[in-house]
Design a binder for this molecule. Structure first.
Ligand code: NAP
Ligand code: HSE
Length: 431
């Protein structure tokens, strides 16, 4: 039997999906047993130049062509953003069509509404491509690790930021050059601010944490910091200390609730995550029975994403996705969780203070940290001219984030310091 498909969007990802469906039709049929027929592609502008493989007759600017076509049983949303994607998916579900989407932004903010609509209409929503590009992390959390109570998910989930950090560290590229490269390669979001500000990673963390802990994850519970205010100097100092700086997304079960954060973080240079380069992602999941499992692969780019989208299309066409959606409470029935405020997170810190190189300065700074019970693990300062302002790098043992933040405010008020102290978390991802 043939399954009729419609794509909403034919941009970076949509084009790759359309090309694979058209060029690899036979291969897909041989491997999956599914005969897939691409019937429509919704776009904004039919005159735009596109892949030669995509026939103009497939293109439409009218979503009604798709919603009204009974032969379309799966709608694949690759347009991005909230509206009109949200309304079109709600209408597709109401019209009895299954949904495949790569839109983490939409799922992180409106997932509950969409999943409820899918349950009501007896249809499914598949979203493997929303997190980790080609990595089957949604499959791992919903199937492979279903027996586990999960305590921690930690990963590099934004290919653009990882590519930028890798290009800056290994190839000496500037931030702007590296971001441009990520856009040319098709890793970046249509608005790359989502990538570099950490928001895209937070969208993915909201989806992964909801699956890991079986909880509703309000997006505003995630503490978010991106790589857009990182200084080259901190990449250099962290290397000197034996760390690598990565944008990490972390969800942890703590006694005070689930803690959720996205931030540039220092990890030991020899750790697995430190050695994930370019657009690759890696996600470690810690389950009570499985222990640590780590998933690695291309996290962004048209073809890796198309690989995940097509896997979802095949599962929706076969009916396995509907079975899962109807029977797995983890997908549709989530409890309300308790979340740890970000100022109560306990972590090690890297501080770069710009301080006068003169007698008594170190005493004032360490005194502030000491009075708040913050214990130091290292202090580093390059040799300099006496009386000059120099970067003073301090690493701490574990401390409560709120205490560190208050200490930094005090340090920045000292007459012997200038500018704002840079603060980064340090973690051991395998701990
Ligand atoms: P994109 O290049 O901007 O493509 C968006 C497509 O949607 C375009 O074809 C556009 O039509 C169409 N579109 C947008 N608004 C529309 C509207 N109002 N009506 C009709 N058509 C509309 O975006 P993308 O980079 O492919 O990203 C698509 C989705 O995949 C996003 O949710 C993104 O987060 C997600 N994603 C991307 C990656 C990646 O590696 N890039 C990986 C995983 C997930 P026109 O062509 O006529 O402008
Ligand atoms: N812009 C995203 C990234 C695409 O760079 O990771 C994959 O979700």
């Amino acid at each position: 039997m043939t399954t009729g498909l419609a794509l909403l969007g034919c941009g970076t990802v949509g084009s790759a999906v359309a090309e694979m469906l058209l060029a690899e039709k036979r291969h897909l049929q041989e491997r999956s047993g599914q005969q897939l027929e691409l019937r429509h592609i919704l776009v904004r502008d039919k005159r735009k130049s596109r892949s030669r493989m995509v026939s103009k007759r497939l293109l439409t600017t009218n979503a009604e062509d798709i919603l009204a076509d009974p032969a379309v049983t799966i709608v694949v949303e690759l347009m991005g953003g909230i509206e009109p994607a949200r309304t079109l998916l709600l209408r597709s579900l109401a019209a009895g069509k299954h949904v495949v989407t790569a839109n983490k932004h939409l799922l992180a903010l409106h997932g509950a509404e969409l999943f409820a609509a899918a349950s009501k209409s007896g249809r499914c929503i598949c979203f493997e491509a929303s997190c980790g590009g080609a990595i089957p992390i949604i499959m791992a959390l919903t199937r492979g690790l279903i027996a586990n109570s999960i305590d921690r998910v930690i990963g590099i989930v934004n290919g653009t930021c990882n590519y930028i950090l890798s290009q800056m560290s290994a190839n000496g590229q500037s931030y702007a050059e590296a971001l441009r490269g990520a856009q040319v390669e098709g890793f970046a979001e249509p608005d790359p601010t989502f990538d570099v500000s950490g928001i895209d990673s937070a969208h993915k963390l909201a989806i992964l944490a909801a699956l890991a802990f079986g909880m509703q994850v309000p997006f505003e519970k995630i503490a978010i910091r991106g790589i857009n205010d990182l200084d080259d100097l901190d990449l250099k100092f962290s290397r000197e200390l034996g760390y690598t700086c990565k944008l990490l997304a972390i969800a942890e079960r703590t006694t005070g609730g689930i803690s959720l954060r996205v931030a540039p973080t220092l990890i030991p240079a020899k750790s697995v995550l430190a050695n994930v380069h370019g657009p690759f992602n890696a996600i470690s999941v810690f389950g009570h029975a499985a222990g640590q499992t780590t998933y690695y692969g291309r996290g962004a780019g048209p073809k890796p994403t198309a690989s995940a989208v097509i896997a979802d299309i095949v599962e929706a066409a076969m009916g396995t996705a509907s079975l899962l959606f109807a029977n797995l409470p983890l997908l549709t029935k989530r409890t309300k969780g308790q979340f740890l405020p970000s100022n109560q997170i306990v972590a090690r810190n890297y501080l770069r203070i710009t301080a006068l190189d003169s007698p008594g300065v170190m005493h004032q700074i360490t005194g502030i940290l000491g009075r708040r019970g913050i214990s130091l693990s290292a202090i580093a300062q390059h040799e300099s001219k006496a009386g000059a302002y120099v970067p003073l790098v301090i690493t701490t043992h574990e401390a409560v984030e709120g205490d560190i933040a208050k200490a930094v405010v005090e340090i920045d008020r000292l007459k012997c310091t200038k500018g704002k102290t840079v603060r980064l978390n340090i973690i051991d991802p395998a701990a």
